[in-house]
Design a protein around this ligand. Structure first.
Ligand code: ARG
Length: 563
């Protein structure tokens, strides 16, 4: 039982079922100031039931409460403040964390059911952008968090490898490209060709027609078109893989949009059967006015399918093949209408499971307050960012700890971890500015700070030669350790909260708070002093380190044991 549950049980026992345990639990608060206790109960609802002044009720409650798990219970105005028995709580928490290790906070909420996580999903022949970085790291973290609470995550990279733009790219390549240049630096060259197409097409409408014709050939499996497309795709994937390797993110499927080329007829048939397709200037649309949404265009007047047509086929495919309990889409906020339309069309088709689809939106990354865009070729190259972050980390290590073994590897873990952590520590819907210097700082609320704290704790434990004694009763009753103990105790709830809200930042923020609490403890307490509490203090350090490491893991960040 956690603190609130213990308090609720005690109140329930003496209020003779005036309120249910659930109701009491919902009323309980966490006082803003630690000197007001650990849990507070506002008695207003009881005052109404008993028809007595709240202050009086608070005092009577204090009298009646069985000390049991509390060190102290007092009445302040209309509140009853509960101070937990530190000895008891710390002993329970520490023994549990030491026993369960990194599994502390695991649960079976997910019942082994599948969750599909549509994540990363960059567009081939274009550089992977900061937006795709966000999708990759948020998606990866959410996959890990869902696994921690008992789901099976299926990571899907829904590559943007289909659509009319590939007709344009083929035309551009045939007009102005050379094989050699594309081989040398595929993405840059393909991007240059794509940009050139748009410039030239402004004065030459023939180009657009040709592009349409080439996309048609692609859709019809014409070998000349398919060969070029396959080459562009595999060359792009090779580039993307460099980044995925740096981030250590893997996928269970890289079925992109093209995979659904032969699966869209079923969607059209289903829509026709339900009489949902309406003609509009030669195009076919689904009316969504009942949902307050613009119509979804399913097929253009030239017969070409669209992004949403492929997403409809993908949703059916995922339900059928993965039997998902939830289907998550980690995609920028700017696509929120698209996902509303997608769900609405599926709902119209009678698929109740469309309610299990969740668009996990996130905000933009800006630079100097401005949006980063690939259209004009103005892009921040992710690979460069990761390399620069690693170099900055190495410089810091050289300054602080030049004799560290495997410096390069640690620098990589710190640099890449810094970029990931920076992305995950803010509420995902926030827009945030990207400044490299800000990201790789070792102080402040950064990834390196949490990593550094973990390494510090591990160094201390090594020095003290701490090892877990399963027969020992580790317990601490002092004020200084209490903050950490409460943060550790709340961890399972934090994990659940992060999962419910699909919000890795909940974990990132908790890890920052725990790291700060540890560093305060480290500064104020003689942890290694030879007194009867030494082993318990070390057990506390061990528990904190265990949780810092696990939080970093759930964010997709390494925790080097020396830094
Ligand atoms: N490729 C798209 C883009 O870069 C994102 C795809 C998201 N996933 C999806 N199933 N629509 O904008």
């Amino acid at each position: 039982m956690n603190n609130k549950e213990l308090v609720a049980a005690a109140i329930f026992q003496i209020t003779q079922e005036q309120l249910t345990k659930e109701e009491i639990l919902n009323l309980l608060e966490t006082p803003k100031f630690a000197n007001h206790g650990d849990v507070a109960f506002p008695v207003f609802s009881l005052a109404k039931l008993y028809r007595k002044a709240p202050q009086k009720i608070a005092e009577e409650l204090v009298q009646a409460i069985d000390e049991g798990p509390f060190e102290k219970v007092n009445a302040v105005g209309s509140y009853v403040n509960f101070y937990m028995d530190k000895q008891m709580v710390s002993s329970n928490v520490l023994s549990q964390v030491l026993k369960e290790g990194s599994h502390f906070g695991d649960s079976q909420v997910g019942n082994n059911e599948n969750v599909t996580v549509d994540m990363s999903s960059p567009n081939i022949a274009k550089p992977i952008s900061m937006g795709h970085l966000r999708s990759t790291v948020i998606g990866n973290s959410i996959s890990l968090i869902m696994e921690k609470i008992g789901y099976c995550s299926i990571r899907i990279n829904h590559l943007g490898d289909w659509g009319t733009q590939f007709g344009k790219l083929i035309v551009a390549y045939r007009e102005w490209g050379t094989e050699e240049k594309v081989r040398q630096e595929p993405i840059n060259e393909l991007l240059r060709l794509y940009v050139k197409f748009h410039e030239e097409a402004e004065n030459d409408s023939r180009l657009e027609d040709e592009a349409r014709a080439w996309f048609k050939r692609l859709e019809e499996d014409d070998p000349a078109a398919i060969n070029l497309w396959e080459w562009f795709r595999s060359a792009s994937l090779t580039e993307f893989d460099k980044i995925y390797n740096m981030l250590e993110v893997t996928f269970d499927s890289t079925n992109g949009e093209a995979f659904y080329n032969d699966k869209m007829d079923e969607v059209i048939t289903l829509l026709e059967e339900k009489n949902l397709l309406k003609e509009d200037k030669g195009a076919e649309i689904v009316d969504l006015s009942a949902y307050d949404l613009n119509p979804a265009m399913i097929r253009k007047s030239d017969g070409a399918t669209l992004y949403i047509t492929r997403d409809l086929a993908a949703a059916l495919y995922r339900k059928r093949n993965y039997h998902f309990a939830k289907s998550l889409y980690v995609v920028g906020n700017e696509q929120s209408i698209h996902f509303k339309q997608l769900k609405a069309v599926l709902k119209e088709l009678g698929f109740e499971w469309s309610d299990d689809m969740v668009h996990i939106a996130f905000g933009l990354i800006t630079q100097g307050g401005k949006k980063l865009s690939t259209r004009k070729g103005k892009i921040v190259l992710l690979e460069e960012v990761l390399n620069e972050a690693t170099a900055a980390a190495l410089a810091q290590i050289n300054e602080k700890n030049p004799d560290l073994p495997n410096k390069e590897e640690v620098a990589h873990q710190v640099g890449v971890g810094a970029v990931i952590f920076h992305d995950l520590k803010n509420d995902r819907l926030n827009t945030f500015d990207f400044e490299l210097e800000e990201v790789v700082r070792f102080e402040g609320e950064t990834g390196p700070y949490v990593q550094y704290t973990y390494a510090r704790a591990m160094t201390l434990l090594r020095k003290a030669q701490f090892s877990i004694d399963s027969a020992a009763n580790y317990a601490l009753a002092d004020e200084d350790s209490w903050e950490m103990i409460k943060l550790i105790q709340s961890y399972p709830e934090i994990v659940l909260q992060a999962a419910e809200q699909y919000e890795p930042s909940v974990l990132a923020k908790h890890s920052i708070r725990l790291a700060q609490a540890f560093n305060r403890y480290y500064a104020h307490t003689k942890i290694l002093a030879a007194d009867p509490y030494r082993e318990s203090r070390l057990a506390l350090v061990f528990a904190a380190a265990t949780i810092l490491k696990e939080s970093l893991r759930l964010l997709g960040v390494h925790a080097p044991s020396q830094m």
